[in-house]
Design a protein around this ligand. Structure first.
Ligand code: SAJ
Length: 462
């Protein structure tokens, strides 16, 4: 097959496409390609996942459009499989497997396996596109791996890097509308990839070299992480000065050139927690250690523990004897069925490590990180001495605070709003001692009334 033939096959949708990895990106991507007219094999090593998909079940429960497209194309244009032989004869193979951080290092094993599989099954003259996030300079290593399979990149096979940038919660919409970067070493790989993505992408498609594409992808997430860290820093400043970060943020964001993000109890998800570190690591390896990115990461990682310290102080003051903490939400953000690197994991682990009984409720996922899980909010809050909101789920935004306060059945009870979703006046009118990220004024009042607080609270000025 020459590039001209492949181009025509893409344009007339007769190209056989396979997508390796049917997770957060691979599945919606496969379905969008199917929706634009291609026949797509969705391959994954996880046979249970493939069985679920074959029965029309997706783990991306909060992505309604993914479910709709799965039911629309399953068995007609979309074929989930864990049989590697099905990939044989693919004209295009897209690699969308995870490249996670494991024990402080970057795990590239799944990626290398996927590249080997793609190289051994792609048609001569076909196109391999990598969507998985790559640490800079990895694309070069992938080309060497493809070469080892006897294929010369840019001649026998065309290869590009097209990093995903869709946000969980709105994957289909973002895969369609976001701009895309294509990194390629030769113009044919770039051109074929562009034609492929134009089949469903409405955003701008930019072509660049692979290293620039690798860096750009990581910089986007490092930028967001640093900006959230800035918001968290301001929140911590407001806490010690006795102010309210919500009001401060509202005011500063009226400035035409300021856009302060939302502070919170922690930054989770698989991307923001690792991509800045990939960037920092590769830069350090090459002679420059980026302090700002590292400090931002450390500050964001410290947030859950900071709030455990506050709960600890409150409960030691309360000294009720039983000390039950209710954690509302375990996902890394609201209305998304994803617990990867959720701050809840660290918060719960720390609370349990300090001997508290932890009750957990989440309306979307049944995960509790070792604590006791409750299907019903009403059960979870019962007898709690402190309630912590970790995920900004719609259910928590709409909670009837008076009813929750009644159900708790204890006094006093602390409500710690880790996502700034509860109205302070309403919470206090319902009888809670309400504190939030960036506003600890209620604890200051308690400190007025009572005596000794340990270190964290005693830093709050009176
Ligand atoms: N968060 C805050 N304050 C904010 C915004 C977010 O504390 O103002 C927290 C969230 O609660 C969450 C974490 O940050 O715990 C990450 O959430 P997110 O919505 O910022 O990002 P992700 O991880 O869901 O998706 C990001 C996106 N990257 C950017 O916006 C630059 C997405 O576009 C990428 O596709 C995705 O990473 C990825 O896969 O790389």
């Amino acid at each position: 097959m020459n590039p001209y033939e492949l181009k025509n096959k893409i344009v007339d949708r007769s190209a056989h496409i396979s997508v390796i990895g049917q997770g957060y990106i691979g599945l919606p991507l496969s379905l969008l390609l199917a929706d634009s007219g291609f026949s797509v094999i969705g391959y994954d090593v996880d046979s249970k996942l493939i069985e679920e998909l074959s029965n029309g079940i997706t783990r991306l429960r909060n992505e309604k459009k993914v479910r709709d497209l799965l039911l629309k194309h399953l068995g007609s244009r979309y074929f989930p499989s864990n049989d590697q032989r099905k990939l044989k004869g693919s004209d295009v193979i897209i690699v969308a497997v995870p490249t996670p951080r494991v024990n402080g290092t970057i795990e590239l094993g799944m990626l290398m396996d996927a590249i080997k599989l793609a190289s051994s099954t792609i048609n001569r003259g076909g196109l391999i596109v990598v969507e998985s996030t790559l640490p800079p300079k990895t694309f070069e290593i992938l080309l060497i791996e493809i070469g080892k399979a006897g294929l010369k990149p840019g001649e026998d096979v065309f290869v590009s890097y097209c990093p995903e940038r869709a946000m969980p919660g709105k994957l289909i919409d973002e895969l369609i509308s976001n701009y895309r970067v294509i990194g390629a070493k030769d113009p044919i790989s770039a051109e074929l990839s562009k034609i492929l993505y134009e089949c469903f992408v409405k955003g701008e498609i930019e072509i660049t070299d692979p290293l620039t594409a690798e860096i750009a992808k990581l910089v986007e997430n490092a930028y967001r992480d640093v900006n959230i860290a800035f918001a968290n820093e301001v929140a911590r400043i407001c806490e010690v000065l006795g102010s309210d970060v919500r009001k401060v943020r509202e005011l500063v964001n009226k400035h035409p050139r300021v856009n302060m993000l939302l502070p919170g109890i922690g930054v989770g998800g698989s991307c923001l927690t690792k991509d800045p570190l990939f960037l920092s690591w590769i830069s350090r390896e090459n002679g420059y250690s980026p302090e700002l990115i590292n400090i931002a990461r450390e500050l964001n990682e410290s947030m859950p523990i900071h709030y455990v310290n506050l709960i600890d102080d409150f409960l030691r003051w309360k000294n009720s004897g039983s000390e039950i903490v209710c954690v509302l939400g375990v996902t890394y953000k609201g209305d998304v069925a994803d617990t990867r690197e959720s701050p809840a994991k660290y918060l719960i682990g720390e609370l349990m490590g300090r001997g508290y009984r932890v009750k957990v409720h989440d309306p979307i996922v049944k995960e509790s990180f070792g604590a006791r899980f409750y299907d019903r909010l009403e059960e979870a809050v019962k007898d709690a001495d402190a309630i912590v909101i970790v995920s900004d789920h719609s259910e928590f935004k709409q909670m009837d605070l008076g009813r929750v306060r009644e159900l708790v059945g204890r006094d006093p009870v602390l409500l710690l709003d880790g996502r700034l979703i509860i109205d302070k006046e309403k919470a206090e009118a319902s009888g809670f001692i309400y504190i939030s990220v960036g506003n600890l004024s209620s604890l200051r009042r308690i400190k007025d009334e009572v005596f000794a607080f340990s270190e964290t609270i005693s830093k709050v000025p009176l």
